[in-house]
Design a protein around this ligand. Structure first.
Ligand SMILES: CC(C)(COP(=O)(O)OP(=O)(O)OC[C@H]1O[C@@H](n2cnc3c(N)ncnc32)[C@H](O)[C@@H]1OP(=O)(O)O)[C@@H](O)C(=O)NCCC(=O)NCCS
Length: 402
């Protein structure tokens, strides 16, 4: 019998859970004033604790969201976060038990997929999560940046205060829509924990673009270093940039390049296909300093997830899926340009559910996974067919860190 049990948390133990999570990542508990802010981000019924007797030893929680999938549909998703097990209780199955309990809850809530960001890349594969989108880290030498000639938008960019920011940002995000596979809706607490917190506590700024039809884009940024810091460069980090059109996107970047007393502009986890090099005269002013995993995706309900997305044109392929944690997902699925059905036909490719998650938004191809020996190929022509069926026009990307 397990030496711990999993319980749904309520208001009386959110703070313990939050401190436990922060402690697992070697951070101090939130101060009282911050906690007043943070406590609103716990959703009733969605936070779990692992207990030994009445002592909390681990925790995990999630928020409900929508995930945009290839083809334009949006599916219910559980965005998992604040996962931590006390250091004196690790490697005894506590996270495994929390994960099982969460999957059960996601199923009950009709959540088709789950997404998360991983502190370490070795944790979540076993639970069926695969890397489904990546982002690149960019560093621009601002002194070398001259924007390429452009007609501009004819709009106007203004800096706004906190009260305006917390109203305008969600409106613009909704107006912009989930335009790429991998984007998610943003739950109320996301805005509290990010835009509100960044402007309130972290000296971030928000600039809003107003076009003919009102506010249609914004950028949140912060500047650190420089001025008074002996010799260190002044670095502007773009924290969130949302635009309803490519023209507004370009105008917001041009605004960023114009901010004074800045030596470097940094973008973290930006889309792999963001055409920033094409926005400036000297493309070598833009350095890609890293490419990192962004969304870890778990198909909780494989048939529903496969049915929700669109497919390109190619001859059908039969995928055999293995799922250790949710075995009713096990089985063969015949994928065609018109949709998906369970089948008893022989498999062309056999793979674990985490790798199906990795292919689902179009990030990694079946050919790449076959090349790395990660999937079993039973028909040598099948990876190319599967690639054509699963490919997406734009690189998947979320842009919502949580
Ligand atoms: C990651 C963490 C929650 C794992 O909790 P845990 O209770 O030790 O996990 P479990 O005991 O259920 O582990 C299940 C399996 O995953 C493996 N595993 C879990 N975390 C691992 C890690 N960080 N590195 C390598 N293997 C890991 C275990 O060895 C075990 O393998 P097995 O099934 O082959 O025996 C815990 O280590 C932790 O709190 N880490 C610091 C905070 C953190 O990184 N949180 C995640 C934020 S995204």
């Amino acid at each position: 019998m397990a030496d711990h049990d999993i319980r749904v948390l309520d208001e009386s133990n959110y703070r313990t859970a939050h401190s436990l999570f922060r402690g697992s990542l070697h951070s101090a508990p939130a101060e009282d004033d911050r906690w007043e802010h943070v406590k609103r981000s716990y959703d009733p019924g969605r936070a779990f604790g692992a207990f030994q007797d009445d002592e909390m030893i681990g925790t995990a929680q999630s928020w409900p969201a929508l995930l945009a999938v290839p083809g334009g549909a949006e599916v219910p998703a559980a965005a998992v976060s604040r996962v931590g097990v006390r250091a004196d209780w690790t490697r005894r199955g506590v996270l495994s038990a929390l994960m099982r309990r969460q999957f059960q809850a996601f199923r009950e809530a009709g959540e088709v997929v789950s997404v998360l960001r991983a502190s370490e890349a070795v944790i979540y594969g076993r639970f069926g999560y695969g890397v489904a989108s990546r982002g690149r880290q960019l560093k621009l030498d601002r002194h070398r940046v001259t924007p390429a000639p452009s007609a501009g938008t004819g709009g106007r960019i203004r800096l706004v205060d906190l009260d305006t920011a917390v109203v305008v940002a969600p409106e613009v995000y909704t107006r912009a829509g989930l335009t790429r596979p991998g984007m998610t809706s943003r739950w109320p607490a996301w805005w509290t924990m990010n835009v509100d917190r960044a402007l309130r506590y972290d000296n971030s700024r928000m600039a809003v673009h107003r076009g003919a039809d009102g506010d249609d884009g914004y950028v949140v940024y912060s500047v650190k270093g420089g001025m008074g810091d002996s010799g260190s460069p002044s670095v502007l980090t773009v924290e969130d940039l949302v635009a309803t059109t490519p023209e507004v996107w370009a105008e917001l970047w041009r605004f960023v390049f114009r901010v004074d007393v800045v030596d470097q502009v940094v973008g973290e986890l930006r889309p792999l296909d963001e055409p920033l090099e094409w926005l400036v005269v000297d493309r070598r002013a833009v350095k890609v300093t890293d490419v990192e995993d962004e969304t870890w995706l778990r198909l909780v309900d494989v048939p529903a997830a496969l049915a929700a997305r669109g497919y390109g044109s190619a001859e059908p392929v039969v995928l055999e899926v293995r799922d250790r944690y949710l075995p009713d997902n096990d089985g063969a699925y015949r994928i065609t340009p018109d949709g998906v059905e369970r089948t008893t036909a022989a498999a062309d490719v056999s793979l674990d559910v985490d790798l199906l998650g990795a292919t689902y938004l179009g990030d990694v191809s079946f050919t790449e996974l076959a090349g790395a020996g990660r999937i079993d190929v039973l028909d040598g022509a099948a990876p190319a067919r599967a690639d054509a069926l699963f490919a997406t026009a734009r690189a998947p990307w979320s842009g919502t860190y949580f």
